[in-house]
Design a protein around this ligand. Structure first.
Ligand code: XMP
Length: 516
């Protein structure tokens, strides 16, 4: 498979660069600038992209790389800091720019025969964000683009296939950014575009088979997208050498545990172990009302049950998990080599270390280089049901963070029923696709109501629905009143012990998505 290396110098758009390359059907992986030259040589990259970064190349404490990389004969594209770095490595001159450029700037292509600018007009808008600039390009490098304030906005050494742009082709504000990347991949690197999901699945399955051999693999399955897709891939690779452990703490949505079990036992060849431990969880949570304490108990108990189960299964096998690329970046783990002996288990807000007495010969993260939507595409190809592949995020502590105050079996049941009505109504109205996440909350408040001629004093249900791209910030969703009216009506009629429904109209910040 053709591969492009995105060499990371600390820029904020690095994942986006890799993403854009893959959008052009070429596989890209990101490695830190500390990766040695031998590793790079050994990987047979079709091309290398130097990313941007916040530093100045003439500050010796900033990320640098040996100039030998320019002599490997591998095509290189430098972006922003990466562009300046190439100039600096090849003995050009980089200085603080007299005028910094931020935002949309007009680029003039000064050599339209440059492969990098094929099918790009002479004038176009690019996205700039820099305080240094190349004041004098190195010998052998020709300026191929400029702006009013940046005399060397693009340069090339066509003979060596080295190209550099001061602007950011990876962001959508650069009008022809996609084309610049396309040109680099296809005109300069000579890629053929073999990155398609079928290839990814075939290659990964082959690699997994080779790595796992006749050993056993244990995977913790949460019912979320990532672990489900990892399970699907591993099952395709090694069938019933795979054991999936599914800890059901009774805090999932209505019927979800059964759905996960049915899906994996009927669709895939694997051993499936479901540990039903709702009663243990509820007894551990008895009388606990403080949100963090609840979270900690749920987390600790989960891992206790999980590790106990794992201990029963395997000694000399592999431990697998559904880590995806953004998780690795968040946890600072960088590139996974599949050889780590101690696994750090991803959950959203906490990381759990595998106890030392559990001995596996390695950790496998088959989705470690993929972004979420790519994981979904793999899941669909593997035939995993849409409900799982397109499942909205669900917190590790489950409904536990949506029941305010003490958690009891009765409250879980009320919340599951109300939440099911909300989901059903959204599905019937085809409104799900407009929302990033939606669910019910049981605020633990009783209010007075009237049903028939009787006074009631029953539970309040809150509806939470948000739109967001990244969950760091979120807006409350403007669900049409007619749908809300129907949901409210159905919840108060169909769910026992609920007499009032409210809609949460708080954005994040100041509110979080979850209530606890
Ligand atoms: P907050 O409440 O922090 O939620 O605004 C942002 C996103 O994270 C999810 N979330 C969690 N996911 N374990 C998880 O796996 C957790 O402990 C957890 N807490 C919140 C939340 O559902 C939303 O998608």
């Amino acid at each position: 498979m053709e591969k492009i290396l995105v060499l990371d110098f600390g820029g904020q758009y690095n994942q986006l660069i890799a993403r854009r390359v893959r959008d052009h059907k070429v596989y890209a992986e990101i490695l830190p600038y500390t990766t040695d030259l031998e590793t790079i040589k050994a990987n047979n990259y079709k091309g290398i992209i130097f990313t941007g970064g916040p530093n100045s190349v003439f500050d010796m404490s900033s990320p640098h790389y040996t100039k030998d990389i320019l002599e490997l004969g591998i095509p290189i594209l430098g972006i922003c800091y990466g562009c300046q770095l190439i100039a600096w490595m090849a003995d050009g001159e980089v200085k603080t720019a007299p005028v910094s450029e931020y935002g949309k700037i007009e680029l003039s292509v000064t050599n339209q025969t440059s492969k990098l600018f094929k099918d790009i007009p002479e004038k176009s808008v690019v996205w700039m964000s820099h305080t240094d600039y190349i004041s004098s390009p190195p010998d052998g490098y020709e300026i191929v683009g400029k702006t009013n304030d940046c005399p060397c906005a693009a340069m090339q050494n066509a003979e060596k296939n080295i190209y550099a742009v001061q602007f950011h082709p990876e962001v959508t504000h650069s009008e022809y950014g996609k084309q610049v990347l396309y040109n680099f991949l296809y005109e300069v690197c000579g890629c053929s575009g073999d990155w398609v999901m079928d290839n990814f699945i075939d290659n990964t399955v082959a690699k997994l088979r080779e790595q796992i051999g006749s050993k056993q693999v244990v995977l913790g399955l949460s019912g979320g997208v990532d672990s489900s897709v990892a399970a699907g891939l591993l099952s395709r690779a090694v069938g019933n050498q795979l054991t999936c452990v599914f800890v059901d703490q009774g805090l999932m949505r209505k019927d979800e545990g059964d759905f996960v079990e049915k899906t994996f036992t009927s669709l895939f060849d694997m051993n499936f172990v479901r540990v039903n431990c709702a009663d243990t969880f509820i007894s551990k949570l008895k009388g606990v009302t403080e949100p963090e304490q609840k979270r900690n108990i749920i987390g600790e108990e989960f891992y206790k049950v999980f590790w106990d189960e794992i201990r029963k299964i395997s000694e000399d096998g592999f431990f697998a998990q559904g880590t995806i690329y953004p998780d690795r970046i968040e946890s600072g783990k960088g590139k996974s080599d599949g050889k780590a002996n101690t696994a750090v288990i991803k959950t959203h807000h906490n990381m759990a270390k595998m106890p030392d007495d559990i001995k596996f010969c390695g950790t496998i993260e088959p989705l470690g280089d993929l972004f979420k939507d790519e994981v979904r595409a793999v899941g669909e190809k593997l035939g995993i049901p849409k409900e799982l592949v397109w499942r909205q995020p669900f917190p590790g502590p489950g409904l536990g963070v949506r029941i305010i105050g003490e958690i009891t079996a009765e409250k879980i049941k009320i919340l599951q029923e109300a939440d099911w009505v909300l989901r059903d109504e959204m599905a019937k109205n085809g409104y799900e696709k407009n929302l990033a996440q939606f669910f019910c909350v049981l605020p633990g408040v009783n209010t007075v109501g009237v049903m028939g001629d009787h006074r009631t004093y029953e539970n309040l249900i809150a509806i939470r629905a948000v739109t967001t791209d990244d969950f760091m910030t979120a807006d409350w969703a403007r669900i049409p009143y007619e749908i809300l009216a129907k949901v409210s009506n159905r919840i108060t009629n169909e769910v026992d012990k609920v007499n009032r429904v409210v809609y949460d109209i708080t954005s994040k910040p100041p509110g979080t998505v979850e209530w606890e």
